[in-house]
Design a protein around this ligand. Structure first.
Ligand SMILES: Cc1cc2nc3c(=O)[nH]c(=O)nc-3n(C[C@H](O)[C@H](O)[C@H](O)COP(=O)(O)OP(=O)(O)OC[C@H]3O[C@@H](n4cnc5c(N)ncnc54)[C@H](O)[C@@H]3O)c2cc1C
Length: 490
């Protein structure tokens, strides 16, 4: 019997499989498509995702294939989000086609021992007390796969979600945007976002001489997703919003997409879980869906492995739902707000867009939204316990260390175990299996003020801070650390 059957070899299923393999979990991914999809819906990999990949030593292989973009947009506002303020190791959005991301993730998942089986589709599930039986169709034949857990990473129409009886409430499409992957005779010098009464228009280079043009036209935003998009419509929109048509030619992909917005009513039903687009869908504003799903998988991987291996404290697996549902809710809200700005047409709505652009010029507001879009500031599911350090529950980003071989905490996290950093230099003893313990020194010139006086920090495998302290007493620190560790690890 398999430990985990993952349905869907999109970015989320592939990353989840790789994360489970870090802990020796037996995992197979079944994918309906016989061959990878050459088209790329996502073209933006956020800094938060690069940071996650860096915790496993993988960021460089993505960066080599993409184009760093130092700024982003929120609702196509003219003031751009400045990713330099993130303080992250990779302070940019990476323009990289989803097909390349999937190719690299599949190579990694297979290299660490996951099985990826293409041309195989989960069609039904039956849950028992100790296992799930999945009926998998391959060509004309059906077979039954038994697994202790099944995770649906099978996209918005998830068969796994439906078979598990998990509802997907929300709203259908009321507005559509469009995308055109094209070649340009007259490209802009960098990424571009423009807005006006005609709608919004975004341009980003996506490699191999191709540009992603995307936008929302107030004249056509009520067209259905099935209505063909023509190059002339895109040229007209470019002239209306940019004053020139960019020499648009040679379309690689023309499409319309909608704002259907839904979220799974729960992320777990018995031995079945959902992640990525199977758990949430929304208008693709700001390049967030794939990134959010990869964070779902990062959150779930170590918790499911610990549960399978009898190491999980009570409630650990259920915290996947309590942490990730609010994260998706927050992204849903910001995509709705961005869509309102994209579709602004009345004088009042256009004024709101100008006011928002002005607000983003304020450095703290800009930084806050740069962090949100980059994926570093998912909301906390609950208030941290009274008296806990303000770092508790936040996501580690940009902690520079003065430690040989580890300029950040990333190289210390490759194994996917909780990491205890003793920043007081006393090697706080916190005896526990599976805990990576290091003594480190914070680079005080690079550290944010919040790190001042921190003597120890316990970092979860998904880079959330489980516990931090400024207590100078090593024995008290060790005892508190053990208490904190028991919330992650039995
Ligand atoms: C126009 C557009 C632009 C976007 N741009 C961005 C962006 O820049 N950045 C970003 O972060 N996100 C972006 N997104 C969203 C992003 O593409 C998705 O959020 C992402 O693909 C979700 O990944 P996933 O692995 O959850 O699902 P998917 O990528 O949908 O993968 C699901 C996989 O499951 C397979 N499958 C389906 N049913 C079954 C079954 N029953 N059994 C087995 N396999 C099955 C499918 O064939 C598919 O390969 C964009 C979306 C659109 C539409």
């Amino acid at each position: 019997m398999l430990d985990v059957l993952v349905a869907g070899a999109g970015p989320v299923g592939l990353w989840l499989a790789a994360e489970l393999r870090l802990h020796g979990v037996e995992v197979a991914v079944v994918e309906r498509r016989a061959a990878p999809d050459g088209r790329s819906r996502a073209v933006g990999m956020q800094a938060g995702t690069l940071d996650t990949f860096a915790t496993r030593g993988l960021a460089e292989r993505f960066i080599e294939r993409g184009t760093p973009v130092p700024t982003g947009h929120f609702g196509a506002a003219t003031t751009r989000l400045d990713f330099a303020t993130l303080g992250a190791a990779h302070p940019f959005m990476l323009a990289l086609g989803q097909s390349v991301t999937e190719q690299l993730l599949e190579q990694h998942a297979v290299a660490v021992g996951a099985e990826v089986l293409r041309g195989q589709e989960v069609v039904s599930l039956t849950q028992g007390p100790d296992a799930v039986e999945a009926v998998v169709r391959a060509g004309g034949t059906h077979r039954t796969v038994r697994a202790r857990w099944v995770v649906g990473c099978d996209g918005t129409r998830s068969a796994v979600r439906q078979a598990a009886g998990i509802g997907f409430p929300g709203q259908g499409t009321t507005l559509t945007g469009w995308l055109a992957d094209v070649e340009l005779d007259d490209p802009p010098t960098g990424p571009l976002a423009a807005t006006g009464p005609a709608g919004s228009f975004l341009v980003a280079p996506i490699g191999d001489g191709v540009h992603r043009l995307a936008g929302l036209s107030t004249a056509t935003m009520h067209h259905g997703t099935g209505e063909p998009l023509t190059l002339d419509e895109v040229r007209e929109q470019a002239r209306a919003l940019l004053g020139r048509d960019l020499g648009i030619r040679d379309p690689h992909w023309l499409s319309r997409y909608g704002n259907a917005t839904r979220q799974a009513a729960r992320y777990r039903a018995g031995r079945v879980l959902v992640a990525g687009d199977a758990a949430h869908m929304f208008f693709p504003a700001g390049g967030q869906g794939m990134n959010l799903g990869i964070q779902d998988a990062t959150n779930l991987g170590w918790k499911l492995a610990a549960t399978l291996q009898g190491r999980a404290p009570d409630g650990l697996l259920d915290s996947y739902d309590t942490e990730r549902r609010p994260a998706a809710r927050a992204v849903i809200d910001n995509t709705r707000a961005q869509l309102a700005l994209f579709a602004a047409a009345s004088p009042e709505q256009l004024a709101l867009r100008d006011v928002w652009s002005e607000a983003l010029a304020e450095p703290e507001t800009n930084r806050r939204w740069a962090r949100r879009i980059a994926g570093f500031d998912d909301p906390l599911p609950a208030d941290p316990a009274p008296g806990s350090h303000p770092l508790t529950g936040t996501r580690l980003a940009g902690l520079a260390l003065d430690t040989p071989g580890a300029p950040t905490a990333h190289p210390l996290m490759h194994h996917g175990r909780p990491l205890l950093l003793d920043l007081a230099g006393t090697r706080t003893p916190c005896p526990a299996d599976g805990l990576e313990q290091r003594t480190a020194t914070v680079n005080t010139t690079a550290a944010a003020p919040i790190w001042r006086d921190v003597t120890a920090v316990l970092i979860r495998p998904d880079a959330r801070i489980a516990w931090a302290t400024t207590d100078p007493d090593p024995r008290r620190r060790a005892a508190d650390c053990l208490t904190a560790l028991r919330t992650l690890h039995r």
